[in-house]
Structures are given as structure tokens and as C-alpha cells.
Design a protein around this ligand. Sequence first.
Ligand SMILES: Nc1ncnc2c1ncn2[C@@H]1O[C@H](COP(=O)(O)OP(=O)(O)O)[C@@H](O)[C@H]1O
Ligand SMILES: [Mg+2]
Length: 252
Amino acid sequence: MSAITFQNVSKSFAEIEALRDISLEIDEGEFVALIGPSGCGKTTMLRHVIDLEKATSGEVLLKGKSPGAIRREYKIGAVFQSPALVPSNTVLENVQMTLDITNVRSAISPQTILEDFGLGDFLNHYPHQLSGGMQQRVNIAAAMVHNPPYLMMDEPFSALDEMTREYMCEFLGEVLISHPKTVLLVTHSIDEAVMLSDRIVVLAPRPGRVNSILNVAFERPRKRSLKTLPEFAEKVLEVRRELYGVEIEEKH
Ligand SMILES: Nc1ncnc2c1ncn2[C@@H]1O[C@H](COP(=O)(O)OP(=O)(O)O)[C@@H](O)[C@H]1O
Ligand SMILES: [Mg+2]
């Protein structure tokens, strides 16, 4: 059974048709990126998985269960563009907060995960004392400390500068080797999608539809140096062609 199934999902907001007949199966432990022009429904797709939207028709299932059921079991971690940290709490307290809410048994200790994330020297710092990349690492730690099998990420690195973004991609790839999860990543960065994904879903503009699905077979761990290889450039081009194809089609 697939970890995440979109089964003929359509979603309209009043007169806006955001998603049309999306069908997609994501395997357990798979990393899938959603890419497509702004407004094509990437965030809306992800919000269905975390139970913040209900499909107008069709359904989203997680191992056969509803997103609501999975959410109530605290099996999903979510990371968004701006770190959702409490400014008056320390780094350690911010991560501990997830455990106070979820109270799950299989959790990792907040201190251990922060040490794994290279933040062992910053446990008692406050968010404003950290760089953007470090804040986002705390945010990811807070989303993963209760050991959820699903991780949903909506443009988590887009507020960071390019070098930090590249570092964070490498970092996330490594983290997922030691903490395997089923991941859905919304991104508008082709490089990021190629660097991280097993498959890239290219969406067509409104109403959002699946335009194409591309496999990315590079070995893991993937280092930043992968970007210097012609195979990487080729894959980027392949995604770019799918995206341009979408745009060209739209203009006619
Ligand atoms: N709550 C909402 N109410 C009305 N329209 C919405 C709502 N959420 C999203 N939309 C619309 O649905 C479309 C898809 O939005 P979104 O999923 O945010 O796109 P993306 O993340 O790909 O940029 C957009 O046209 C957006 O304006
Ligand atoms: Mg979005």
C-alpha cells in the first residue's frame, strides 16, 4: 500500500479551480518534490496531506487512512518557509515543545537531535541569536523530534541565501538517511528538487494537474559536488524542459 495516495483529487475555492484530477502514489520512504509555476496548487496539494484542506472530489489517503487520522496520531512533521519558532524560548525549549504537544513514545531526545543537527553548542540560545539556516535546522528538528514517518515541506529553504540553501539540501539528504521518512517537498528550485528527490512531479498551471513525473536516480548521500557533474545538468535540463513545455503550452 502506498504511503501517500492522491486519488483523483480536485479542489476548488469558490470560482477558483486549484487542482484538477490529481492522481499520484508515493511509496514509503520516498522523497517526492512538487514543482510548477506559482499558483499551480503545490501548497494546496501539501495542505491536503496535513489535513488543512478537504478535496472537493476524490481523496487523499495515507496508508489507507485519512489525513485527519494520521494527524491525530502525530505522524506528520511539517516545515514551512519561515521558521515557526517561539522567540522567547531557547532552541532546546522550541524543540521540546513538539514533544509536550505530541507526547509520543518513540520520540528522539531533543538534545540528541539538536546535536545530530550540529546545534549542540546552541541549545540555550534564542532564535534571534541564530542565522537563518540554523533557525531552519531548529525548525526541522522540531518537526522531526517526535519521529513522524511523514515529513511535509513547503519551500523550506526559499528564504535562505543560495549557499545556505545548498548546504541545507545536503544536510537534509544526510538527515533522511539516518531518519528515513516519506517526504513531500514543495519547491520552485529545480536544483533543489534534483538534489533531493527520488521523483519530481511537474505540475501544469491552474487548474493544477500532473504534467509529468521524472525519476532522479543519483546515489545517496548526494553531495553538493554532484552539481558539477554533466548528469546533474542533464537532469536539471530535463525538468526545465517539462516546465517550459508547460509554459509554452499555456501561451498558445
Ligand atoms: N484558501 C484559499 N482561498 C481561495 N483561493 C485559494 C486558497 N488557497 C489557495 N487558493 C488559490 O489556489 C491556487 C493554488 O494556490 P497554491 O496552492 O498556494 O499555489 P502554489 O503553492 O503552487 O503557488 C491559487 O490560485 C490560489 O490563489
Ligand atoms: Mg505555495
